[in-house]
Design a binder for this molecule. Structure first.
Ligand code: HXC
Length: 257
């Protein structure tokens, strides 16, 4: 069936997902979640794809969960369908996901960006969790991931007052990795994805897994997990290629297996 809410493309070894509900500033409906998760899972099992970029429009990455869709829903409907749960499945995707954020990343939009592995923002990007203004609170992990990203005091400030911050402040706080001129956003994000896509794919997968451990286990366990993955990297063809290329002063060519 044809996609209604996103555009899915492949650029060489990079999978590109563009949120495509411009009239509502890419408000996230349940359909957006279904289509986005299906696209991510398809990229994750596609040997041709090594990294993924999620982006929106120049005006909005996503202005939040779709308020019109949610407004009259009763608790039992949310509970029985486990509303918003599909988004959490993003953490099961093993390939790197870059959020290319321009314009508004509010509420669920900010949370979607934080569900990605890192954020590249354009100068006009705005991040915030304005749910409190609607009588609710973040529901796609924002209270947890924003707190991990920028600390308690600022997370409380943003979540309790509903104010948003610009790209420069988000960069200074460590919420975003890079800020680039508006017109360069997609190009820079795709270049970063292509860079990752050219590396030893098992090592890329291991590196993502290792960093994510930092959020789940005590330091000593995370370090031990990393060390085992590091040792496992020596079972990959790419390790032999990468080190042989360095020793012989040539460029490595990773065969991705
Ligand atoms: C549904 C939305 C929407 C949303 C914008 N629109 N955000 N529709 N859900 N989250 C629609 C508007 O209704 C409008 O439709 C069109 O997009 C353009 O928006 P405007 O408001 O006219 O644009 P502007 O004046 O530039 O203001 C932009 C804005 C504002 C500041 C981003 O739209 C806004 O405050 N949006 C809501 C942000 C928000 O509260 N997000 C959190 C949602 S709750 P029409 O038809 O009038 O042209 C949430 C819950 C998280 O995310 C929990 C888990 C997901």
């Amino acid at each position: 069936s044809a996609l209604q809410t996103i555009i899915v493309e492949r650029r060489d070894r990079v999978g590109l997902i563009t949120l495509n509900r411009p009239k509502s500033l890419n408000a996230l409906t349940a359909q957006v979640a279904v289509e986005t998760l299906a696209a991510l899972k398809a990229f994750d099992v596609d040997d041709q794809v090594r990294a993924i970029v999620i982006t929106g429009s120049t005006r909005a990455f996503a202005a939040g969960a779709d308020i019109a869709e949610m407004a009259e829903k009763p608790f039992t409907s949310f509970y029985m369908s486990d509303f918003l749960a599909p988004w959490d499945e993003i953490k099961t995707i093993s390939k790197p996901i870059i959020a290319a954020v321009g314009g508004f990343a509010l509420g669920g939009g900010c949370e979607l960006a934080m569900l990605c592995d890192f954020i590249i923002a354009s100068e006009d990007a705005q991040f915030g969790q304005p749910e409190i203004k609607l009588g609710i609170l973040p529901g796609m992990g924002g209270s947890q991931r924003l707190t991990h990203a920028i600390g308690k005091s600022l997370a409380m400030d943003l979540i309790l007052t509903g104010r948003s911050i610009g790209a420069a402040e988000a960069k200074a706080l460590g919420l975003v990795a890079r800020v680039v001129p508006n017109t360069d956003l997609l190009q820079v994000a795709l270049e970063a994805a292509h860079t990752i896509a050219a590396y030893n794919a098992p090592a890329v997968k291991m590196a993502k897994e290792a960093v994510n451990r930092a959020f789940e286990v005590p330091l000593s366990e995370g370090v031990r997990h990393e060390r085992l993955l590091f040792q496992a990297a020596f079972a990959t063809e790419g390790q032999k290629e990468g080190m042989n290329a360095f020793v012989n002063k040539r460029a490595p060519v990773f065969r991705h297996r």
